[in-house]
Design a protein around this ligand. Sequence first.
Ligand SMILES: NC(=O)c1ccc[n+]([C@@H]2O[C@H](COP(=O)([O-])OP(=O)(O)OC[C@H]3O[C@@H](n4cnc5c(N)ncnc54)[C@H](O)[C@@H]3O)[C@@H](O)[C@H]2O)c1
Length: 256
Amino acid sequence: MGDLLKDKNILIMGVRNKWSIAWGIAKAAKEQGANLIFTYLGEREKESLLKLTEEMGDVASFPCDVSNDEELDALFAEIKNRYGVLHGVVHAIAFAKSEDLQDTFVNTSREGFRIAMDISVYSLLAVSKRARELMTEGGSIITLTYRGSVKVYPGYNVMGVAKAALEASVRYIAQELGGQNIRVNAISAGPIKTMSAKGVKNFSDILSIVEEKSFLKRNITLEDLGGSAVYLLSELSSGVTGEVLYVDAGYNNMGL
Ligand SMILES: NC(=O)c1ccc[n+]([C@@H]2O[C@H](COP(=O)([O-])OP(=O)(O)OC[C@H]3O[C@@H](n4cnc5c(N)ncnc54)[C@H](O)[C@@H]3O)[C@@H](O)[C@H]2O)c1
């Protein structure tokens, strides 16, 4: 236990199950004293979240589909009522239609492209716009991205393009919110087995290659991500904003 996030109200979005990156971050934030507020998508995720958080004591959870403005408004109104102030947001949400992660990129449908951008990118704007109103003591917003934003991973397709837009959005939002002492950063995570990752073609090959080639000769863990997220959410990173932090065992710097 530490106190890097003591008395900080932190909203965690994107816990599907115990393998979710958001869950790894939630556990690490809790260990540093954070008050956690969760969102879930649908009844199945609600049940899974309730089981996971059973032993965490006093945590709140609210439904939120980020493609729905009314649900976002209701979520932030509820947070305002219950907590008044928000200090951190973890945005660990992405979605693309499965056919768009299996077929070739040029065959992405107009609707598939729109949905991927709406849920995986626009949602960060939609959340940041509402969160800033409650971040009256400054704050930290983090999102999750992948190296497919800057290099081609065949099959990652529209999600790579969405992650490029997400990283650019991080810089624009960080510039606009900086004057309020709200910092906005992305963690570029190495591959890690989650439900979302299962939808990516050749994902197990990516895991094997990273294990073989990365500087640390291993894949990353939820604990690796939790630690870096605590750094970005806490005052330890008080001078850091608009950045993409690679947490990938050094793989992104490998030439061959
Ligand atoms: N797993 C990896 O290898 C990896 C690597 C780099 C980045 N990421 C990113 O990490 C983030 C978290 O993904 P994960 O791998 O933990 O997978 P996950 O499947 O456990 O979590 C994804 C979450 O997004 C949520 N979501 C999807 N559509 C939503 C909507 N309309 N409204 C609200 N929530 C919605 C899901 O309900 C789920 O909770 C994503 O942005 C993903 O792209 C994952």
